[in-house]
Design a protein around this ligand. Structure first.
Ligand code: ADP
Length: 538
């Protein structure tokens, strides 16, 4: 017997319609490139998204068509999220910081017929356009006065976004799509090879956003003001463009300026209560606070993920009264799978044990599941010291990659390529990516564990541990550190600092102090590049 309940497809357009109807005057603030702030709200966003849907129709976009975006976080990018997906087309956000070659690869692989881009990225689009067979038009996210010139191949039209919007009439209603319709296409950031396309559906996006609002996950409230520092081209800004309107929370969009001074001014002037981004952002911000003596006036919480957040940095923010929630996920998981929020057992922990628990990547959110397996596929014990391959499955986990033969299928465990340890309370600590682990004399050494200790040194700003080849041990750890401004820690002093905090055999043989460490397109340390540079270091 079936239940007698209404059935509504889970659609992204419903999120915006809810926000417009029940939180219509809640603000969306965007910082433009010139530093000015543009203020809008959910009612205005909903009207403009419906206008944009009619622009898309006029430009020939049909259900299932891929539409590319190359843009920073802004109100216009939000309009695109809702209008493209709401119309049944697929929003293919592309990271403008990738190499031209990777951007061209993605736009070509996705077969984007249109690309919407910020004025600053027009030269990128012009450079790659001759390689994009499917491309028919480029729309610049600008008004007519600020339209740049672009040298596009014959057959590719150039449009001004606001001119198209001025001429459009809003569609009456969003189409009633099947909830399994594809909504967005994000490519992995390419830190582990050619980008691969993850094709989200309306259903997976809505379920993931709903679960993200659980009390022990992001727990956004209608009174929150959320600074979305994670870019909208990095796993749909971790779902924030859906999660915040669902809760009726205000959105603060930093635009192109992500330097710590600009960020602090956004957080303070716009009274942010929660901010979301990768560890590098929070590292730069805390150094800026120390150097400038400025304060954070309203921020209560930071949600951090994308790379391991060092324990020392979590503690530093705690001392400022800002609670840090460490989360883990991937492009393939929409992305949130785990988030660190206390259980009853955590309340009893003290000192080191409490800090270590707080620094772990957290526990699993309902709707997805995670297991840790050994190389034979058996689950390893949850004992806090047995590492294994992390595998996940669930409602917002990819079942394969777009236009790629590899198929994981429904209900099967998806291998993440990460290695982790569950403790007895179900908190997972990520020890490494499989390819970043250091194998010395048959023992695995966690690069993240070394980095965590190194950044706790009072003179260290940032650290990366990598494997370098060694004749006797196979590999040995090399530690590369960036000192805090005005400091010059001695390598021997850094090695000494590690003593007693990790087994002696995992202490790096060599420490190199450098001015900066290379970061990839989403702000993560580029270990592949470090391995290339320091391959012969001992
Ligand atoms: P890419 O795989 O190209 O870097 P993603 O943005 O999908 O693109 O990255 C996901 C990976 O980032 C994870 O597999 C994991 O290695 C790393 N990661 C994400 N969150 C964390 C975290 N909190 N701690 C450590 N690593 C993390």
């Amino acid at each position: 017997m079936l239940g007698l309940m209404q059935r509504h497809e889970l659609l992204i357009s419903a999120i915006l319609e809810h926000a417009a109807r029940h939180h219509g005057d809640t603000e969306i603030v965007t910082r433009r490139a010139d530093g000015s702030s543009v203020r809008t709200n959910y009612i205005a966003l909903a009207v403009r998204a419906r206008k944009l849907a009619s622009v898309l129709r006029r430009l020939g976009v049909n259900i299932g068509d891929r539409v590319g975006t190359l843009a920073m976080n802004s109100d216009r990018h939000l309009e695109l999220y809702y209008a493209i997906s709401g119309s049944g087309a697929v929003c293919n956000t592309i990271n403008p910081r990738l190499s031209h070659d990777d951007i061209a690869y993605i736009a070509d692989h996705a077969q984007d017929g249109l690309i919407f881009c910020d004025p600053a990225f027009v030269p990128i689009v012009a450079a790659i356009a001759p390689r994009l067979e499917a491309l028919r038009a480029v729309v610049v996210l600008s008004d007519a006065a600020a339209m740049p010139k672009a040298d596009l191949p014959p057959g590719v039209a150039l449009h001004c976004y606001e001119t198209l919007m001025d001429a459009a009439a809003a569609i009456d209603a969003w189409p009633r799509l099947d909830e399994n319709t594809a909504s967005a296409l994000c490519y992995t950031s390419g830190t582990t090879g050619r980008p691969k396309g993850v094709l989200y559906s309306h259903r997976s996006s809505v379920l993931s956003a709903m679960a993200s609002n659980f009390a022990d996950v992001l727990a956004l409230r209608a009174t929150d003001r959320v600074a979305v520092v994670v870019p909208m081209f990095h796993v749909n800004a971790w779902g924030l463009p859906y999660i915040a309107p669902m809760a009726g929370a205000a959105l603060l969009m930093p635009g192109p300026k992500l330097d710590p001074a600009s960020l602090l001014s956004l957080l303070n002037e716009e009274r942010a209560t929660i901010a979301v981004g990768v560890p590098t952002i929070w590292l730069n911000l805390i150094n800026h606070l120390r150097d400038s003596g400025q304060k954070m006036e309203t921020l209560k919480r930071i949600i951090v993920g994308g790379a391991a957040m060092p324990r020392a940095l979590i503690e530093a923010y705690n001392q400022l009264g800002v609670w840090v929630n460490h989360a883990w996920g991937m492009t393939e998981s929409s992305p949130v799978v785990t988030l660190n929020a206390p259980k009853v057992s955590c309340l009893k922990l003290e000192g080191e044990a409490q800090l270590n628990r707080r620094a772990s990547q957290g526990r699993v959110v309902f709707g997805v599941d995670l297991c840790v397996q050994d190389d034979t596929g058996c689950e390893v014990p949850w004992d806090g010291h047995s590492p294994g391959n992390m595998m996940f499955r669930g409602h917002w986990i990819a079942s394969g990659y777009y236009r790629t033969p590899q198929d994981i299928g429904d209900g099967n465990w998806f291998p993440t390529g990460d290695v982790g340890v569950f403790d007895a309370d179900g908190f997972i600590t990520l020890t490494d990516r499989t390819k970043d682990l250091i194998k010395s004399g048959g023992e695995w050494i966690s690069s993240i564990a070394i980095e965590n200790i190194a950044v706790a040194h009072p003179e260290v700003a940032e650290a990366a541990a990598i494997a370098v080849p060694h004749e006797k041990w196979g590999e040995r750890p090399l530690l590369i550190v960036v000192p805090l401004q005005g400091c010059m820690p001695a390598p021997e002093n850094l090695r000494e600092f590690c003593r007693g905090k990790m087994p002696d055999w995992s202490i790096p043989d060599r420490v190199i102090v450098v001015d900066s460490i290379p970061h990839g397109a989403t702000g993560k340390i580029l270990k592949s590049e470090l391995r290339r540079i320091y391959a012969s270091a001992r």
